[in-house]
Design a binder for this molecule. Structure first.
Ligand code: ASP
Ligand code: MG
Length: 407
């Protein structure tokens, strides 16, 4: 018999009927003899709704501690209802908050990191053959204040509990069949991936594939927790995320991810001297601005252009930082292009196939997509392009590597 952690996202528990549906699914696993820990999100769009109420009463600036207090209530509703639904089916179940399962985090409200999980209570309850229903997305500090793990953080709760309990599998139930080669809304021929490595999944999640929270993939990788991403509404197997897969090198590209709303900010004609990049990126980091690509041009007459990309949401803050530093760096002007997007091809096979970049760039050029800048890692090639060309670029790369074909 297996020890399973099963996580159900907001769309899987959006109303009472859906909660009953999930309870039936859990009951089946329980009846088959498995030990089940069920991690749930808040119902439907509850968290969004709570955030907007908080903004309303606080003038858009809620106190971080109180915001976490509020947001944690969403998951609490779901756990109680889920436990009741299971009890009603004659299964012994108990709901538990993050605090009650001993999820201890640091003190950073709204993006807390898990420090430790004590498994005692869970293990004891599982030993009594109870289904344990755990509130996702929340923990508590050593001072007993409630924290949340960042939006989408229920995935992380599930993976962390699976790691702590050494569960056999962590199943992430969602409203799609698994991880796809790209977003099927953009490429109708996108295919469900049967197996993918942690490293590829991490790149895809970080580069914009919405199906898994990237910190949860990182955690799964660190603790070697097998993830199974699958649909709540289907019996079909989904996507296994694992350390290694057979014939790994035969798969050149596993998937294509994209982010539409990026911004590219450039300071023109800065001095060509040591310390310019250090000053700029230190100032950005101090404002907690996550810089993505960095673009520095060839020097001309002792002047340089230095640029970088950030998410659209961070662009106003980043512009302020650049304007404030412009004079000190000798720059002549700051320009911001808000109509850029990035598209990434990800695959472990890249390391052993020399022509991947060439194939990708050739295909894009034949499709008339202009590349503004490029970054790469061992298993990823990312291009920055005009936002209106995203769909075409994604389709083009998907075709170039024949991702619709089954492996
Ligand atoms: N309810 C939280 C959110 O909407 C956590 C989650 O769903 O994973 O972000
Ligand atoms: Mg979610």
């Amino acid at each position: 018999m297996a020890l399973k952690v099963m996580k159900f996202g907001g769309s899987s528990v959006a109303d009472v009927e859906k909660i009953r549906n999930v309870a039936r699914r859990v009951a089946r696993e329980y009846d088959a003899g498995h030990d089940c820990v069920v991690v749930v999100s808040a119902m439907g769009k509850t968290t969004d709704h709570l955030v907007s109420m908080a903004d309303e009463v606080s003038g858009g600036n809620p106190h971080p501690r109180e915001l976490d207090m509020l947001l944690s209530t969403g998951e609490q509703v779901t756990i109680a209802l889920m436990a009741m639904a299971l009890e009603n089916m004659g299964k012994s179940a108990i709901s538990l908050t993050g605090r009650q399962v001993g999820i201890v985090t640091d003190f950073v409200h709204s993006k807390a990191r898990i420090r430790e999980i004590s498994t005692e209570r869970l293990s004891q309850l599982l030993g009594e053959r109870k289904v344990c229903i755990v509130a996702g997305f929340q923990g508590s500090t050593e001072n007993d204040d409630i924290t949340t793990l960042g939006r989408g953080g229920s995935d992380l709760t599930a993976v962390a509990i699976a790691a702590a309990l050494k569960a056999d599998v962590c199943e992430i139930y969602t409203d799609v069949l698994g991880v796809f080669t790209t977003d099927p809304r953009v490429v109708p021929g996108a295919r469900k991936i049967d197996q993918i490595t942690f490293d590829e999944m991490l790149e895809l999640a970080t580069q914009g594939a919405g199906v898994l929270h990237n910190r949860s993939v990182e955690c799964a990788k660190n603790y070697n927790v097998t993830l199974h991403v699958r649909s709540t509404f289907s019996e079909e197997p989904g996507t296994l995320v694992v350390k290694e897969i057979e014939n790994m090198e035969d798969i050149v590209i596993s998937g294509v991810a994209f982010r539409r709303s990026e911004a590219k900010i450039t300071i023109r004609n800065v001095n060509d001297e040591p310390g310019v990049a250090a000053k700029l990126f230190t100032a950005l980091a101090k404002k907690h601005i996550q810089v993505d690509m960095i673009i520095q041009n060839e020097t001309l007459n002792q002047r340089n252009d230095i640029g970088f990309t950030v998410s659209g949401a961070d662009s106003a803050k980043a512009l302020e930082v650049c304007e404030a530093l412009k004079a000190e760096l000798g720059g002549s002007e700051v320009v911001c292009d808000r109509n850029v997007a990035k598209v990434s091809a990800v695959g472990v096979g890249m390391q052993t196939h020399v022509d991947v970049a060439a194939t990708m760039f050739r295909a894009l050029s034949e499709a008339g997509v202009n590349i503004l800048s490029i970054t790469t890692s061992e298993i990823k090639i990312t291009v920055l392009i005009a936002e209106e060309q995203v769909d075409r670029a994604v389709q083009t790369i998907h075709d170039a590597f024949e991702l619709s074909k089954t492996a």
